[in-house]
Design a protein around this ligand. Structure first.
Ligand code: KET
Length: 479
């Protein structure tokens, strides 16, 4: 009311009336310049390169051939090629239905996840030295850690195994953390290149941060033995390195969830402070729920409180909190002895199906008289077979046989079924007919790769070839 009065008191003379601003603004530009500026905002945005893994699924979906097979993404499928809802998940869902969904569920989810990874009786939770937070699955846990690393170790790099999950490169790139690689795989023998790995760990500057796959290494399907983990852990102690474990496949290496934590146990026994990203995407089939946990073992409770508060703050500004439903499912399964026993049994079932398919595929290729030595199909563990197929084989498999996999020749064994294994074996035999026994060799750089700030974003065989090409110290600039 008073505002109205004031205005009317100060009513300007007719000549000084405010101009009709809207009309003047409209007159300032022609229709043409408006539409031009509208188009201008994002004119310089290029189409992003396809994700090396998710792009495969897109190509698979677009293919209408009835025989098509998706061996791209590492998600578990049953023998009918369908995603599974584990029985333990179904039962847990019925139990948590209507349960009060408060922030308090965080606590038991984190406690249960940490117990699963670090060991039931490790006592670390009682010591309150673990800073753990729920995360948006394994990817989110890695991203959160990468951000934390940049903030609190701003001078540091991340050492990634060569090869590794392609998204590791993108995650640490986006967190602006420089990347280095350490050698892991010997393409000739298709085994762990233990000597090279130890050499690179030794030659890294003291107090470096290393990403380690504790079990079922993606993509190679090769893990260090317990003895080798001991050696690695010892060298980490000497060099004061920090191990960050990305555990996306707990259970998938041996079929036993506890055995698969052996790397963590070795490091914990040696007194290391560690970080760990856990994912329940594969081992609980919770792909759509995005459930994960990031934990950092600190020197004492005070540090753990500080670290946890920072992790919460980073997450708060990025996405708040992850959805709670998946975390409730996981904590229900992990804390209920019957559900947990059922889950343990179901994990074993998934792993047995995959290893059965390895044996069947290998047998079929032998029967076909393939000239290639395919023993690695059965020797490798976990979800993948790092086949050694070259980009031209991968291209042919997609074009002629409608079989899809990533350009590095990684096959997701979870996509192989009793119904498609004959067709797959025939196709593999067909595209490798001209190859000799030892010719399926992935070309990897011979030396560790120097600092990279750019990702590996290969969406064509040409890009993969460029990536793996000769000089291992080149910068990978892919735009
Ligand atoms: N770490 C590793 C080593 C890994 O292979 C994956 C997923 C993740 C983390 C991410 O997990 P998630 O919980 O889904 O966020 N790898 C498969 C799927 C993908 O690329 O998204 C894959 O390699 O096919």
């Amino acid at each position: 009311m008073s505002a109205h009065l004031n205005l009317s008191c100060k009513s300007p003379t007719p000549e000084l009336k405010p101009p009709k601003i809207t009309i003047m603004w409209r007159n300032l530009g022609t229709k043409r310049s408006i539409s031009k500026s509208r188009h201008g905002w994002w004119r310089n945005v290029p189409i992003a390169p396809k994700d090396p893994i998710l792009g495969v699924t897109e190509a698979f979906i677009a293919d209408t051939n009835p025989n098509k097979i998706n061996l791209g993404v590492g998600s578990y499928r049953d023998d009918e090629g369908k995603p599974v809802v584990l029985q333990c998940v179904g039962k847990a869902a019925a139990l948590i239905d209507g349960e009060f969904q408060s922030g308090e569920s965080d606590l038991s989810f984190v406690t249960e996840s940490v117990k699963l990874a670090y060991g039931e009786n490790s006592g670390l939770m009682q010591e309150r030295r673990v800073a753990g937070v729920p995360a948006l699955s394994g990817t989110g846990a890695c991203r959160l850690f990468a951000e934390f690393q940049r903030r609190f170790q701003p001078e540091s790099s991340i050492y990634l195994p060569m090869p590794t999950w392609s998204n590791h490169h993108m995650i640490w790139r986006d967190a602006l953390v420089p990347q280095r690689t350490y050698r892991y795989y010997d393409s000739e023998s298709k085994r762990l290149h233990f000597a090279a790995l130890m050499n690179d760990v030794k030659n890294a500057p003291e107090r470096s941060l290393f990403l380690l796959h504790p079990c079922a290494h993606n993509p190679t399907g090769i893990d260090p033995s317990e003895e080798q983990w001991r050696e690695i852990s010892h060298l980490f102690q000497v060099k004061k390195h920090f191990p960050f474990f990305d555990m996306a496949y707990q259970g998938f290496a041996t079929g036993d969830l506890q055995k698969d934590t052996k790397a963590l146990r070795v490091f914990l026994n040696d007194g290391h402070l560690i970080g760990c990203a856990q994912s329940f995407t594969k081992n609980m089939g919770l792909s759509g729920q995005r459930v994960g946990c990031l934990s950092i073992l600190c020197a004492d409770e005070r540090q753990a409180i500080a670290v946890k508060s920072q992790l919460h703050q980073i997450a708060r500004a990025m996405y708040g909190k992850p959805p709670v439903h998946g975390a409730l499912l996981v904590s229900k399964i992990l804390s209920d002895p019957d559900l947990k026993a059922l889950w343990v049994h179901e994990v074993k079932g998934m792993v047995d199906r995959i290893s059965g398919m390895r044996t069947t595929l290998h047998g079929k290729l032998e029967k076909l008289g393939s000239s290639v030595d395919w023993k690695h199909i059965v020797k490798q563990i976990g979800m993948f077979c790092y086949s050694g197929l070259k980009p031209e084989h991968v291209d042919r498999l997609a074009r002629e046989f409608h079989i899809y996999m990533t350009y590095d020749g990684r096959l997701s064994m979870a996509g192989v079924t009793n119904a498609n294994v004959d067709y797959l074996a025939n196709a593999l035999h067909e595209v490798t007919k001209s190859e000799g026994a030892s010719s399926l060799v992935v070309s990897l750089p011979k030396a560790p790769i120097a600092e990279q700030t750019l990702p590996i974003l290969a969406d064509s065989s040409a890009q993969w070839e460029e990536f793996f090409d000769g000089d291992s110290r080149q910068d990978f600039i892919v735009d």
